[in-house]
Design a protein around this ligand. Sequence first.
Ligand SMILES: [Zn+2]
Length: 284
Amino acid sequence: MSVQAAPLRWEVYLAPPKRVLTADLAPGEQRRMWPPTAATLIYGARDAVLVDPLMTIAEAGALADWVAARGKNLTAIYATHGHADHFFGAGMLLDRYPEARLVAAPGVVAHMQRQAAPESIASVWNMRFPGQIPDDLAIAEALAGDVIELEGRELLVVDAGHTDTGQATYLHVPSVGLVVAGDVVYNDVHLFLGESTAERRRQWLAALDALEARGPTVVVAGHKRPGAPDHPRIIGETRAYLCDFAAAAAASGSTLELYQRMLALHPGRLNPGTLWHSARMQKG
Ligand SMILES: [Zn+2]
């Protein structure tokens, strides 16, 4: 190429917290909330790639409008992992952008299929978010290889193993030092550890080490406090939380004790309801 393409840029759309129906509330908790969830648009002079197209009908509609206002040609939608809150909105985005390809790593595609299965929708997602789940759920096509190309630049798909769920990935954009982390990194929000075991926490810690070794200057977390900087220090903060949880789980005899120990260590993080769920799954 004789003419150097313009550097890639990005913008983050943060969906606000939303209520999730559950009967298992923490002491003093009035209603359970789902944390703010990030979608990221990476773009060049003309084309764009959208990462993690959110979940509910309202979120996907607002996100599609937000993307439209950026005036870019959407070529791909990428899902970092198979949890519903990061991809159930994809079908609505594809309705608005039929030229875009919905892509994910092969392991993520299999997870998406399980999350979008009728029994999962009926027993989990429609119970938690009644009337808010789109009817038409799109499943990604499996990416061949580990690169999404955007105006001559590479978006690298990196396997992270088990983080807050199995077969998670993140996107690394080396040309601008950006990592779009999905749920591999959290930003001032309690981590979801409802699927966690000691071995899985070891995998998550290894993924954080590998991510940090890539030397990103910007890390966009899948769940973040509104206004929190996308600073790479959140890698270390996520690591510290995992280590604290492991120690607190070992020292605690009950859900309540684990919850209270972690709250004392991390009093400022958003969404303690997620911590209650993590503690419940750990201690029964
Ligand atoms: Zn999530």
